[in-house]
Design a protein around this ligand. Sequence first.
Ligand SMILES: [Zn+2]
Ligand SMILES: [Zn+2]
Length: 265
Amino acid sequence: MSLRLHFVVDPMGWFCVSMVLFIWLYNSVFIPQLVLLPHFQEGHIPGAVVFSYFLTSLLCLAALLRASTADPGRLPQNPNIPHSEREQWEMCSKCNLMRPKRSHHCSRCGHCVRRMDHHCPWINNCVGEDNHWLFLQLCFYTQLLSLFTLVLDFCQFYYFQPLARSDGERFVWRHELALLRFSSFTGLLMFGGMSNLFYTQITGILADTTTIEKMSHFVEEIDAPRQPWQQTFAEVFGTRWKILWLLPFRKRQALCSPLSFPSRV
Ligand SMILES: [Zn+2]
Ligand SMILES: [Zn+2]
């Protein structure tokens, strides 16, 4: 299995990715030190909660790194266009390459992307046919991690018993209140933003409509689902095994030919 990394040269995108990574790092370092591990050591929370927190954090990071560095579905220089599909292809006026309909040219990335959904500065990459599943996982795991963090912050404020063995000299204890407030603020921001985005993405996939198409004039034609939701999601995730839809550590296999899909126009 070859691993091809895809980096978009865009300082603004790097800044946005760094911010997301910083929030992830903050919640994966300070919250375990401040809340999770001390209360686990004193028997206030079970080991399963600690394991679930770190597993969610790991899956969130894996989805972020893979969504940022995966090829979103860039068109080859000389695509082999099946004869039966020739009329569904068109020439891009910006890069002068042939592309199937539903592809779009991304001015940030400087190339066309198959079934492009949108360019996301927070992953510094386009969201297209080949990495849409990773983007959905990122939305899902970010929501989960933010919610987990918010619940821990809430418990630390209002529910947990005071710790018997807290070292008041350590950085996290001296700044406990400020760290918890910042964590609650970023948790609310991330959970609110990601829930909204995840809902928009799921409704878009169920209607087989990309974000770009939703904003265009094709929206009236394509507001009804065309196939069962299981089939729609299986095509996005590249597998019919639903348990694999949650795993970022795998390679997507297109269920149909990646250069062949029905035209919506
Ligand atoms: Zn193009
Ligand atoms: Zn792009």
